[in-house]
Design a protein around this ligand. Structure first.
Ligand code: DAH
Length: 333
């Protein structure tokens, strides 16, 4: 049989193989079978040289046309199969409920902090910040708590080289702010603090505090009480009652502790919950930062943010705040 008679059947079977390919893999097999280096069409092209010269031009031309036809059909079929592969295997049901991305939410401790900051902003307080890695001087000495002071035992912390330590309270920022600006001062300081505590339902080695400091001429204990009462009512509701008890802090004189009660506290089976420490800034502290205690007076307070958040949301284990369990956090969205 002449080669010319074999060309048409070759084209037909090539086209059939391409059209019959059900997926891209089968299509590639068809390409190799006909157009690959050992393919059937390639085989014919290789024979051209040994043909009778009278047949050669016609056969060459016919084979090239077949080659082009197969290549074009191959590309067309590849396009169809690629589209098919990208299509869903089932039709889209537009009546199905959508899948919404879940929105994250602000951590409860951040929510409480932001609310407290908002309250104090209303009263003209600015937010100040200080380092968590502190030195002995700013954390203790400048606050009238020398190395042999018993208060240091209750505030044991994590010590770092070169006399540095993780701050045990935000009170260190009182000193940092007063060192750098002249009175009057009206600041609050939200921040993370550290103690050498074992974690249990009410303790954690890191927690958060808010410090407040107000320095001006003629500031009195009544200013302190009124401010604190305003803020706690804003935060925890108007049924809140506060009680001030005498206490001791080395950086205030007199010093007070604030107890708090509300319907929620009584539901927890308690009469009062201790919530903050405060007092009038000690003259020694003013001297340490170069303020004249004869001219300036002020008050300061500090309280734990976790405590407030636990009361506000009825949380009984402090560790829940740090575990990043989605089931817990999602409830505050
Ligand atoms: N620094 C105290 C603590 O961590 C809290 C405190 C008490 C802060 C009295 C004050 C203050 O500013 O005047 O327990």
């Amino acid at each position: 049989m002449s080669i010319l008679d074999q060309i048409e059947p070759l084209k037909e079977s090539g086209l059939a193989a391409i059209d019959g390919a059900a997926d891209l893999r089968e299509l590639d097999a068809a390409r190799v079978q006909f157009l690959g280096s050992n393919g059937r069409l390639t085989g014919f092209l290789k024979q051209l040289g040994s043909l009778d010269p009278s047949e050669r031009p016609q056969a060459g031309k016919a084979l090239n046309i077949v080659k082009k036809t197969l290549e074009e059909r191959l590309e067309e079929r590849r396009g169809e199969l690629e589209l098919k592969a990208a299509m869903p295997d089932r039709p889209t049901d537009f009546s199905m409920p959508g899948r919404r991305p879940r929105r994250g939410s602000v951590h409860p401790l951040t929510q409480v902090t932001e609310d407290i900051v908002k309250c104090f902003r209303k009263l003209g307080f600015a937010v100040a910040d200080g380092p968590e890695i502190e030195d002995d001087y700013h954390c203790f000495d400048a606050l009238n708590t020398p190395a042999d002071h018993p208060a240091r035992d209750t505030q044991d912390t994590f010590f770092l080289p070169e006399g540095r330590l993780l701050r045990t309270h935000t009170s260190s920022v009182q000193i940092r702010v007063m060192e750098t600006q002249p009175p009057p001062v009206r600041i609050i300081v939200p921040g993370r603090v550290y103690r050498r505590d074992t974690a249990d339902a009410t303790h954690n080695p890191t927690f958060h505090q808010i410090e407040g400091l107000y320095v001006d001429r003629g500031v009195t204990v009544r200013d302190l009480m009124g401010t604190v009462e305003f803020v706690f009512r804003e935060l925890l509701g108007s049924e809140v009652k506060l009680r001030f008890r005498p206490h001791y802090f080395s950086y205030t004189e007199p010093s007070l502790e604030i107890d708090f009660t509300s319907p929620l506290v009584r539901k927890m089976g308690k009469d009062w919950l201790e919530i903050a420490g405060c007092g009038m800034v000690h003259p020694k502290v003013f001297e340490n930062v170069g303020y004249d205690p004869e001219v300036w007076s002020g008050w300061a307070f500090g309280f734990g943010i976790e405590r407030i958040a636990m009361i506000r949301y009825g949380i009984t284990d402090i560790r829940l705040f740090y575990e990043n369990d989605q089931r817990f956090l999602q409830q505050f969205g």
